[in-house]
Design a protein around this ligand. Structure first.
Ligand code: LLP
Length: 426
């Protein structure tokens, strides 16, 4: 099982410090936050988010559109708006949350392989900056909505470039056999582009592609640019949106390539293909902007030691607040916020409280052997696709979301109560 070292600081957000074994977030003990807000708890380092977004923005002359599916609430949308980035929304619901936070509609990029007519009309009426059209049927629907609103709608045409990024099958999106977009190889993309250009109610703004998520091998992006180059040169788009997908480290040994290296790779490929500064490059990172900003804090309940087999450490959450281990087999690490610098000298299995054996958060977690019932246990790097994919399975209320920065801690999404679990019932 390798080293038994304490949790690596590289997995923690920038505002975390460890003093005499206790973990602090911007000077507030994680244990005090757990005491005040209860567990489980999503603890976001808001300053970390600001720093990551700023780093992404400054990495190149590109525009950054935050992929809000990774995590969205109004406070986050306000931060993104303040930082001046664009926002990718992939449903009427995401659009609504962003707009209700006052996010500038002109900087919204609206996605979806199956936008309903109502979602299309909502987006057009609100003045969404860019629609990413995904199918022939949608082009017709959007054209009718734009005409009815008397507004010419700027669009990006979503192209599947036929590039397979090395990632989990469920999050691979750039290959030909996909529910998303228009295939480049078959000529469908070219035909869609022609339809958009011919429409009096649609404005051809550019081309979009996204090759997948949790990508560590940056040459996948160079292949994406190579694949799109001929189309870009033939159609002179105003915007070329190359999607998101930059990988992040969840466990020690992994390392995110980072925004700068991503930019270097992309711009080298653009230059190599003769695509110059007249085309505005846009990228759409979600995970890499928010994943590392948060940790989930749980309380340990039952510890079950099966001699010679394994030790089950049960926490007060599980697959309802983090379905990623179950869905994708994703790995996480854990540490004890009150013994954050302790050697993690035992291997245990961290499980949730849901009624199925598959409710495993970490199969082989390193944790200190001092661990006992009642301890706090934290899993870092849960800021992306955690809360946003949380459910009420087993009618477990969703945890609160707390933002912490230099000015203190505040609840941005309150935790659900049992009453909330029946509030939709009529
Ligand atoms: N743009 C488009 C069109 C996308 O479909 C996605 C992610 C992104 C941008 C942002 O990708 P990111 O930078 O966050 O990797 N639930 C899965 C991830 C699904 C990603 C879906 N699309 C997970 O938990 O790993």
């Amino acid at each position: 099982m390798g080293a038994t070292t304490p949790i690596s600081p590289t997995l923690l957000s920038r505002g975390v410090s460890i003093r005499e074994g206790r973990a602090y977030l911007h000077g507030i003990a994680v244990a005090d936050l757990a005491e005040e807000f209860g567990t489980p708890l999503f603890l976001y380092d808001a300053a970390h988010i600001r720093a990551e977004v700023t780093a992404a923005k400054e990495a190149a002359g590109w525009q950054v559109a935050y992929a809000s599916k990774a995590f969205l609430c109004r406070e986050l949308a306000r931060i993104m708006d303040e930082l001046g980035v664009h926002m990718d929304v992939a449903s009427g619901g995401e659009l609504h949350v962003a707009l209700s936070a006052g996010f500038d509609p002109g900087r919204i990029v609206l996605h979806g392989n199956n936008k309903s007519v109502a979602e299309i009309e909502y987006g057009v009426a609100k003045g969404v900056g860019l629609f990413v059209v995904d199918s022939v049927a949608e082009i017709g629907r959007l054209e009718r909505a734009a005409e009815a609103a008397g507004r010419r709608q700027p669009v990006l045409v979503r192209v599947t470039p036929g590039v397979e990024a090395h990632t989990h099958e469920y999050v691979m999106t750039g290959q030909e056999d996909s529910k998303f977009g228009f295939s480049l190889a078959s000529g469908a993309a070219e035909a869609a582009l022609g339809m958009v250009k011919a429409s009096p109610w649609l404005e051809f703004a550019g081309i979009h592609a996204h090759i997948g998520s949790q990508i560590f091998l940056l040459d996948s992006y160079a292949k994406e640019v190579d694949a799109l180059a001929a189309m870009v040169k033939a159609h002179s788009p105003r915007v070329l949106n190359l999607g998101g997908g930059l990988g992040v480290a969840y466990v020690s040994g992994e390392e995110s390539p980072g925004f700068d290296a991503w930019a270097v790779q992309l711009y080298a490929a653009l230059e190599h293909n003769g695509i110059g500064p007249d085309v505005q490059i846009m990228v759409e990172p979600g995970r890499s902007l928010v994943a590392q900003a948060a940790m989930t804090v749980y309380r340990v309940g039952t510890v079950k030691r099966l001699e010679g087999l394994r030790t089950y450490v049960s926490v007060d959450g599980g697959m309802s607040d983090n379905p990623r281990p179950v869905l994708y087999g994703s790995g996480y690490e854990a540490f004890l916020p009150e013994a954050a610098d302790a050697e993690r000298d035992q291997v245990v299995t961290v499980v949730g409280k849901h009624c199925e054996s598959g409710d495993v958060l970490i199969r082989d977690a390193l944790l200190p052997s001092s661990l006992e019932e009642g301890d706090l246990l934290a899993t870092p790097v849960t800021g992306a696709y955690g809360y946003s994919m949380a459910s009420n399975y087993n009618r477990v209320p969703r945890p609160p979301v707390i933002f912490v920065d230099e000015s203190g801690a505040r609840v941005v999404v309150r935790g659900e109560s049992f009453e909330d679990l029946v509030r939709l019932e009529v």
